[in-house]
Ligand binder design. Structure first.
Ligand code: HEC
Length: 173
């Protein structure tokens, strides 16, 4: 008798789960808005960016001027917060999750990226904007190559701010 009761109870429980939508195409069991909230947290897919015309990174004078803005953003905890993971000149309290970028243009920048990618200014702009397109499939599940923040696709930074930070990185010699 006890056994039959248990079977009946589990049938009832299963039935209510089933009809509440677990097997349907809307998984928002607890709240009809649940799916919307979840989708909001998923960042948009990786995107390739071109350097905008007004970001004149081939002009050394432009780079010197823009780098001052970029430096502030790089060091700012509230905006770009690159220092959370990277050290660079005068970056007090910097983290070491990512490589130290002191002297970057003469050191790591000269090395090939994973998968034999050659680095150039376009590559560097893309790195700051949305690094995800630079990760070859065999490294997609490697946490080290997937920790950096995505900045332009998520609108954490604007094109102008990405431009300024790229200019700053170009002055790290
Ligand atoms: C949450 C940690 C984290 C933050 C925040 C972060 N990075 Fe990184 N970054 C990394 C890691 C880890 C790597 C090394 C992995 C790789 O090379 O793909 C890296 C690599 C780099 C590289 C070197 C790529 C190369 O091989 O030449 C540059 C340049 C860089 N980051 C710039 C930035 C800038 C600029 C910011 C701020 C807008 C930033 N990072 C924010 C973690 C971070």
């Amino acid at each position: 008798m006890k056994f039959l009761k248990r079977v009946a109870l589990s049938l009832v429980l299963f039935g209510s789960f089933y009809s509440s939508g677990i097997a349907g195409d809307c998984p928002g069991v607890e709240s009809p808005d649940g799916k919307k909230v979840m989708l909001k947290d998923i960042p948009p897919g990786p995107r390739v960016y071109a350097i905008p015309d007004n970001c004149k990174l081939t002009n050394p004078k432009f780079v010197q001027k823009k780098a001052k803005e970029g430096r502030k953003l790089f060091l700012s905890r509230k905006i770009a917060n690159c220092v959370a993971c990277h050290c660079a000149p005068n970056a007090t309290g910097c983290g070491d999750v990512g490589p130290d970028l002191t002297g970057y243009m003469n050191t790591l920048y000269k090395a090939e990226y994973i998968g034999g990618q050659k680095k150039d200014i376009q590559w560097l702009f893309q790195r700051v904007a949305d690094f995800r397109v630079q990760i070859p499939p065999e490294f997609k599940n490697n946490p080290y190559f997937n920790t950096m923040t995505v900045n332009l696709t998520t609108k954490a930074l604007t094109y102008d701010q990405v431009c300024a930070i790229t200019a700053y990185l170009m002055t790290l010699k």
